[in-house]
Design a protein. Structure first.
Length: 132
């Protein structure tokens, strides 16, 4: 029972942390997306400067992303994004494990009376056998 309470408290703490990280992710998602777009479309600028034809929609996405990121530390943003996603993944794994342990505790609590009765019955049978 005390283990179950500790696990429930752990789940509450992890859930709060996950909510905070998800809020941070949502607030900064436009910057995270911009970093990915700049990386993905980076060759477009070189092609455009060489005078080659590029897709205007993709080039516009690239320019808007680059504009959004002006003055930002792109390496720090990439690291921050990686950290947020990694921590969220870790939290989700910890939550799954804690919930699994709670289910196991509940199963044990439910089965304990049956096990105790079976042991008592076995003990009675052993005593009867020894008395003969």
């Amino acid at each position: 029972e005390s283990r179950k309470k500790a696990l429930t408290k752990q789940i509450d703490t992890l859930t709060k942390e996950r909510i905070i990280l998800n809020q941070k992710k949502r607030r900064r998602n436009n910057l995270y997306d911009a970093v990915s777009q700049v990386e993905y479309y980076s060759e477009l600028e070189e092609l455009y400067k060489k005078g080659l034809t590029v897709d205007n929609d993709e080039y516009r996405i690239y320019l808007n992303a680059k504009k959004l990121l002006s003055g930002q530390d792109i390496l720090a943003l990439k690291q921050e994004k990686a950290d947020v996603y990694t921590r969220l993944s870790d939290i989700n794994a910890e939550l799954r494990k804690a919930r699994s342990e709670i289910r196991l505790c509940e199963s044990i609590q439910k089965d304990t009376p049956k096990i105790e009765n079976a042991l008592k019955e076995q003990e009675r049978e052993t005593i009867k056998t020894q008395e003969r």
